[in-house]
Ligand binder design. Structure first.
Ligand code: AMP
Length: 398
């Protein structure tokens, strides 16, 4: 069974075709800068040899971008199908469940209407997700589609963890609460960690560190807390997002800088984090290289972001009543030994006994234990696979 995975961001689109019988990825691609002057389409046809296609286009919206994806999927040189009817199902990554869904759902008119109602909870991503759903429904009439939500894994949080301490009636009326994001990634690595650990009631802290970053506290496979909130702005220091900040800074900065609330949120979402503090950029590798070349602000933001992760690990260890395993995933978590070392140094008091050489020489794209075999708390580097979670949920539902 061939499942097309569609993962739309506010101005990007990632896709894969997965043969769910073997769980092999047949095609993987991405499109950036949708709605801007120039979009790059990268399309990789897996197999030996791997065939790579890259070209620039101009897309006004996600529907136009998807049309090109469908052309590529059946193209003579880079296609995986002779006919588009060989797609058996589509799995869409959708940002927000709101309080309406408790897990993945089959897509139909009724579930689309609920997603449309929830657009205000994700005004940048939800319209793109819904556009892609509607376009695929037109391009593939009758093919079953499933929505897999980024917030769903976190819906098991207890109320005292997801509530904000605002007047209760506003929580009830507007559903203002912590939802959390990166749920498919947290779910995937939790599953792998549980298999590696064996046994029951394991307490796991997952650090998904990438362009966007979040951390989750999981007990016996169920999320107990997570660092992102109503939106993905809260929590860790990220590529361009500030993460946690005193909300009173907003009024102060708006006054000083003459910002309205939209400019202020743009500043915290797009101009802060690694980019804002370092002045170098948002890309983890660039900031790391600048820090190694002596750039003090780059060094500072790496220390700030690692310190924030360390604080959350402490908090979540307390919340879970101890910790059995810490997981690193995401572009930075999987690839930056320096970040992992900054986070983990000093956590020996929790029962960690690290193999620092293994951390430094950790092979890529493999599940690796970087703590010593004798360590009471296991530390794993686990490559995430959000698309596989979406494919599995799609198979299960159809
Ligand atoms: P993601 O959002 O999970 O795809 O992660 C992308 C981020 O990971 C980008 O900021 C990359 O620069 C960063 N990244 C990848 N490899 C490294 C590395 N070796 N050191 C630091 N950052 C990295």
């Amino acid at each position: 069974m061939n499942i097309l995975i569609v993962n739309a961001g506010s101005s990007s689109l990632k896709y894969q075709v997965i043969d769910i019988a073997t769980e092999q990825c047949l095609v993987s691609g991405g499109i950036d800068c949708i709605g801007q002057e120039k979009s790059t389409v990268s399309h990789d046809l897996m197999g030996t040899p791997k065939k790579e296609y890259e070209a620039t286009y101009k897309f006004d919206n996600h529907t136009q971008a998807l049309n090109v994806v469908f052309e590529l999927l059946v193209s003579k040189d880079f296609g995986v199908f002779t006919d588009i009817s060989e797609i058996d199902a589509v799995g869409h990554r959708v940002l927000h469940t709101g309080v309406d869904f408790t897990g993945s759902v089959l897509i139909n008119d009724e579930t689309i209407a609920i997603m449309e109602k929830n657009i205000p909870l994700g005004p940048l991503h939800m319209p793109a997700n819904i556009d892609c759903i509607k376009s695929c429904a037109k391009l593939l009439p009758g093919v079953p589609m499933v929505a897999v939500f980024d917030t769903a894994f976190h819906l098991t949080m207890p109320k005292h963890a997801y509530m904000y301490a605002i007047p209760y009636e506003d929580y009830e009326k507007y559903q203002v609460r912590r939802y959390g994001f990166h749920g498919t990634s947290h779910k995937y690595v939790t599953g792998v960690a549980m298999e590696l650990l064996g046994g029951e009631n394991k307490r796991i802290i997952n650090c998904h560190l990438g362009n966007g970053s979040s951390i989750s506290a999981v007990k016996d496979g169920k999320c107990q807390d997570t660092s992102m909130g109503l939106t993905p702005l809260e929590g860790l220091v990220m590529g361009t997002r500030s993460g946690d900040i005193d909300p009173a800074c907003l009024e102060y900065l708006m006054d000083k800088k003459g910002f309205d609330i939209h400019q202020m949120l743009n500043y915290l979402n797009k101009e802060s984090g690694f980019k804002g503090v370092s002045g170098v950029g948002s890309d983890g590798r660039e900031v790391q290289a600048a820090a190694e070349n002596g750039n003090e602000r780059a060094q500072l933001v790496l220390e700030m972001s690692a310190y924030r992760v360390k604080k959350y690990i402490g908090a979540y260890t307390a919340a879970l009543g101890g910790v059995d395993c810490i997981v690193f995933t995401g572009g930075i978590g999987e690839n930056s030994y320096d970040t992992r070392e900054r986070v983990l140094r000093g956590l020996e008091y929790l029962g960690l006994d690290m193999d620092w050489d293994k951390n430094k020489n950790c092979p890529r794209k493999q599940n690796v234990e970087i703590s010593k075999p004798s360590s009471k708390v296991k530390v794993f580097v686990l490559p995430t696979n959000e698309e596989l979670v979406i494919a599995r949920e799609t198979r299960d539902l159809i």
